[in-house]
Ligand binder design. Structure first.
Ligand code: SF4
Length: 501
């Protein structure tokens, strides 16, 4: 990977592991998959890959074609002929990957993975983490299974191949009934596309239609770019099969993965930070929910415009808190605090390399290469800065310094999520818990405020956060990284890269 790419992804935010995309029954499937992955670049920036299935009429058999490499989608598919000549076929799956450090340079771990087994070709792409990865891997190794990768996803392929069931659908259900944790999967067989979501539904997975064919993606923004229309979400614990019959009947075959039904455990962080605001996930518009979070934050922790009714200047940390900031301004105005939205921080999308020593200065120059201030907006003003989350706090502190340097009179920091104190075992990469500012400051908000160097600091409470997300259709949410409530037994150690995907 180039240093430019590395720098662009080094950010003091949790990182999503992956995006998946699948397409069935469409000409130019690989080209459409490319656009679907491009739209979901924010979910994984280290590597990308596409696999297509083509029926070879000269040999009367299906062939899989694969291209994957390190880099952003545009870099991996820079050569047009990869998409137009090499990756032929009317069905495809694709994957954007982000991995934890240490295993990131292992080429074998780039997805989709493909194998040829007794029922033909099969390819898989996965978003999420399996929480019984360690025990299943040991079991399979003891039985003589040789692993090609360090990824938990490979386990699913081995379980499929070893299943005693006879047809591939039953084999996949059999395999998935043995894994625990988070998975939103797209699976390509010779003549079908399969989409599956774990019984608690941690990660989103949506289905769309394009002409007479079908598409599946982590986020619906992947449908918009190719003008596909949203049809539904894959339900938690559901497996959908798209095949030639589906094209005729216009109905995918639906199977249940597990007999038991669980309370949904949607990742609430998808609404707070990860998903694009123009996507619809878990049945709701991300933009709408994020605005609600901003309003809720203002109602719970307003910033007073003071006796003189001086206008409070509310700024966003671009780009992830843009929408929430609009909500905060509306909410703060509603409770009688004259507030206006301003763009006080400008984010550069072209981040280069950093050379300056020592380490502290590198951090500062990194922030300065990424953000600059608009002095005229900030100078002499009472500033409210809205962010979606604070992880280590290093970037937040640097941003605060930039805003003081630009002449702000007061700075009030507001965050649209509670303090992050625990790791995530379901597909999000947070730093070691000891590095999280909320833990370093022992959960003491006043201590964090002092470390950031602001006049006031307030987080959205967990109760208020949960009240602000949709519940109309029985939705319930994972909040493990805030309160340590993890609904599954965990046999992986996120600090050791062993869950790497
Ligand atoms: S622990 Fe946090 S980031 Fe992980 S799935 Fe739960 S809410 Fe999402």
């Amino acid at each position: 990977m180039t240093s430019e790419i590395r720098n662009s992804i080094e950010t003091d935010k949790p990182r999503e592991h992956c995006a998946v995309f699948g397409i069935y029954g469409c000409c130019n499937a690989a080209q459409l998959a490319y656009y679907g992955l491009l739209a979901q670049q924010h979910r994984g920036q280290e590597a990308s890959g596409v696999v297509t299935s083509q029926y070879d009429t000269t040999e009367n058999k299906f062939r899989f074609h694969t291209h994957k490499d390190f880099g952003l989608v545009n870099d991996v598919f820079r050569d047009d002929s990869i998409l137009t000549k090499q990756l032929v076929g009317t069905s495809a799956i694709g994957h954007n990957r982000y991995s934890t450090s240490g295993a990131s340079d292992n080429r074998q771990n780039i997805q989709p993975f493909t194998v040829n087994y007794r029922n033909g070709n099969i390819g898989i792409a996965h978003n999420g983490n399996l929480t019984n990865f360690r025990s299943l891997r040991k079991l399979l190794q003891d039985e003589g299974t040789i692993f090609q990768t360090t990824s938990d996803t490979e386990i699913i392929l081995h379980l499929i191949a070893k299943s005693r069931e006879t047809d591939h659908i039953k084999q996949i259900i059999d395999a998935l009934s043995r894994v625990e944790g988070a998975y939103s999967l797209v699976i390509l067989t010779d003549d079908s596309l399969i989409a599956a979501r774990d019984p608690r539904g941690w990660r989103p997975l949506s289905v769309g239609m394009l002409d007479d064919g079908y598409v599946v993606a982590s986020e619906t923004c992947a449908f918009d770019i190719i003008k596909a229309s949203y049809v539904c979400d894959v339900k938690p614990g559901e497996m959908l099969v798209f095949d030639r019959e589906t094209l005729k009947t216009k109905e995918a075959k639906s199977f249940r993965i597990a007999k038991e039904t669980y309370k949904p455990c949607y990742c609430i962080f998808e609404y707070i930070y990860f998903s694009r605001p123009d996507s619809r996930i878990f049945g709701e518009s991300v933009d709408k929910v994020r605005r609600e979070l901003g309003v809720a934050l203002a109602l719970e922790n307003p910033v007073s415009s003071g006796n003189s009714n001086e206008e409070v200047v509310v700024i966003n940390v671009p780009d992830s808190s843009n929408t929430a900031t609009l909500g905060f301004v509306a909410g703060n105005n509603n409770v009688g605090n004259k507030s206006k939205y301003e763009i006080g921080l400008i984010r550069s999308h072209y981040v280069g390399r950093t050379f300056i020593q020592p380490v502290q200065d590198i951090r500062e120059i990194k922030v300065r290469t990424k953000f600059n201030t608009v002095r005229g907006v900030l100078n002499g003003k009472k500033i409210v800065i809205i962010d979606d989350s604070i992880v280590r706090g290093t970037t937040s502190k640097q941003l605060v310094n930039l805003i003081w340097d630009a002449g702000a009179r007061e700075i009030h920091f507001r965050v649209t999520s509670p303090p992050i104190r625990f790791p995530c075992y379901y597909g999000m990469d947070f730093p070691d818990p000891n590095e999280l500012i909320a833990n370093r400051c022992h959960g003491n908000i006043e201590e964090i405020r002092q470390e950031l160097g602001v006049d006031s600091l307030e987080y959205l409470s967990l109760d208020r956060l949960l009240q602000s997300v949709p519940h109309e259709n029985g939705e319930s949410y994972c909040t493990g990284c805030f309160n340590g409530a993890f609904p599954t037994k965990i046999d992986i150690d996120v600090s050791k890269d062993e869950h790497e995907i």
